[in-house]
Design a protein around this ligand. Structure first.
Ligand SMILES: *[C@@H]1O[C@H](CO)[C@@H](O)[C@H](O)[C@H]1NC(C)=O
Ligand SMILES: *[C@@H]1O[C@H](CO)[C@@H](O)[C@H](O)[C@H]1NC(C)=O
Length: 169
């Protein structure tokens, strides 16, 4: 639990303007949008059940006045990361590939990663996650997606020095 308190205490709230909860058409952006989450498929042994971790993170949303939280990529070259930071995205999502970031909202959790990691993500995320396949047709950027999930004035929290890079994805 201590881990989650630290995350939230360093929150920089970022207003997401013009949110309207519009639905995107086309590609499935529903939880478990990959083959091994279809009924009858074998469960990958590397899949991590993150239900409790995600729920624990959400318990801090109200007091932090945020409706979403960004758990950024853990690129090793970002040497200014505080100690322990580089384990967070892997911890909250179960996905430990070296590129990707997770966003948890009040009722959804989504992970963005690129084509090198689609299969690894499918084998490690549990089926409550939405896999956002970066640069595939119909896959929104984080900001595009948040505009469909947050109402105007609702806020995304993240560790301050990571917001500018995270928001570009
Ligand atoms: C993830 O974080 C939780 C809460 O701090 C901790 O109990 C757990 O051991 C961590 N798991 C991993 C794999 O780092
Ligand atoms: C994941 O963990 C939660 C809470 O411990 C449990 O209720 C749920 O059934 C688990 N889901 C799967 C697919 O095992």
């Amino acid at each position: 639990m201590g881990t989650y308190i630290v995350w939230i205490s360093s929150v920089l709230a970022v207003a997401v303007a013009d949110g309207n909860r519009e639905k995107r058409q086309g590609l499935s952006l529903e939880p478990g949008n990959w083959p091994s989450c279809q009924s009858g498929a074998a469960r990958p042994y590397t899949r991590v059940n993150t239900t409790d971790r995600v729920a624990a993170l959400r318990t801090y949303f109200a007091s932090s006045r945020i409706q979403a939280y960004l758990v950024p990529s853990e690129d090793a070259h970002q040497s200014e990361y505080p100690s322990g930071y580089d384990k967070r995205r892997g911890n909250i999502s179960g996905f430990t590939g070296s590129a990707g970031f997770a966003v948890v909202t009040i009722d959804k959790q989504a992970l963005w990663t690129d084509g090198r990691y689609f299969l690894e993500a499918e084998d490690s995320l549990d089926c409550s996650w939405i896999l956002m396949r970066q640069r595939e047709t119909g896959v929104p950027t984080m900001v595009e997606w948040l505009k469909t999930q947050l109402l105007s004035g609702e806020k995304l929290g993240a560790s301050p020095f990571l917001v500018s890079s995270g928001i570009d994805h």
